[in-house]
Write a protein that binds this ligand. Structure first.
Ligand SMILES: CC(C)(COP(=O)(O)OP(=O)(O)OC[C@H]1O[C@@H](n2cnc3c(N)ncnc32)[C@H](O)[C@@H]1OP(=O)(O)O)[C@@H](O)C(=O)NCCC(=O)NCCS
Length: 149
C-alpha cells in the first residue's frame, strides 16, 4: 500500500472532490460548500491532499490566527478509507510546516459522529482545552490544542 499513497500540496481544483468527501460527515451543515473551502484554501498556511492509487481520499487545511496560533480548519479522510493511518499521515505532514513553539487548535463537534475524531486528535498529541456551547449552531464544540515542537 505504501507506494500507492501520495501527499501533495492541495490544489484548488481538488476542492470539489474534497467537498463531496466531507459532505458525508456533515450532511446537514449549511456552512460547508466548495466556496467555503476555497476561502480557507486562500488563507492557508499549509494544506495538503492525499491520494491513494491516484484517487483523492483526503485533505487538510490549516490557517493562521493571531500568531502563534494555527487552526485545523478542515480535515477529512474518505469514510471508506478510515482507520488505515491516512489521517495520521496528513496530520504529520502539515504539522511539520508549522513554526516551532506555535499552538495548533481544532474545534470538533461534540456528537457521536465525531467520537472517532476526538480519539484521533488525542492520538495526534492534542489535549482537550475546553468546550464551546452552541459553537456549531445546534451542536457544541470540543476544543483541542497542541504545542508544536
Ligand atoms: C478524524 C479522521 C480524519 C481520522 O482519519 P483516519 O484516516 O481514520 O485516521 P487514522 O487511521 O490515521 O487514525 C489514527 C488514530 O486515530 C484514532 N481513530 C481514528 N478513527 C477511529 C475510530 N473510528 N475509532 C477509534 N479510534 C479512531 C485511533 O487512535 C487511530 O490510531 P490506531 O489506528 O493506532 O488505533 C476521519 O475519521 C475523518 O475524516 N473524520 C470526519 C472529519 C473530521 O472529524 N475532521 C476533523 C478531524 S481533525
Amino acid at each position: 500500500m505504501e507506494e500507492a499513497i501520495e501527499i501533495r500540496p492541495l490544489k484548488r481544483k481538488e476542492l470539489g472532490d474534497l467537498y463531496l468527501i466531507a459532505k458525508v460527515y456533515y450532511p446537514t451543515e449549511p456552512w460547508l460548500s466548495e466556496q467555503y473551502l476555497a476561502g480557507l484554501e486562500a488563507r492557508a498556511v499549509t494544506a495538503y491532499s492525499l491520494r491513494w492509487s491516484g484517487r483523492l481520499i483526503g485533505g487538510i487545511i490549516i490557517t493562521a490566527d493571531k500568531r502563534p496560533n494555527h487552526w485545523i480548519d478542515f480535515m477529512v479522510v474518505d469514510r471508506n478509507m478510515v482507520k488505515r493511518g491516512m489521517g495520521e499521515r496528513l496530520f504529520l505532514m502539515a504539522e511539520r510546516d508549522l513554526e516551532s513553539g506555535s499552538m495548533l487548535w481544532h474545534a470538533t463537534h461534540d456528537t457521536k459522529t465525531f467520537a472517532p475524531s476526538k480519539k484521533f486528535l488525542i492520538k495526534m498529541g492534542m489535549e482537550q482545552r475546553g468546550s464551546l456551547k452552541g459553537w456549531f449552531g445546534r451542536t457544541d464544540a470540543v476544543v483541542y490544542a497542541k504545542r508544536i515542537r
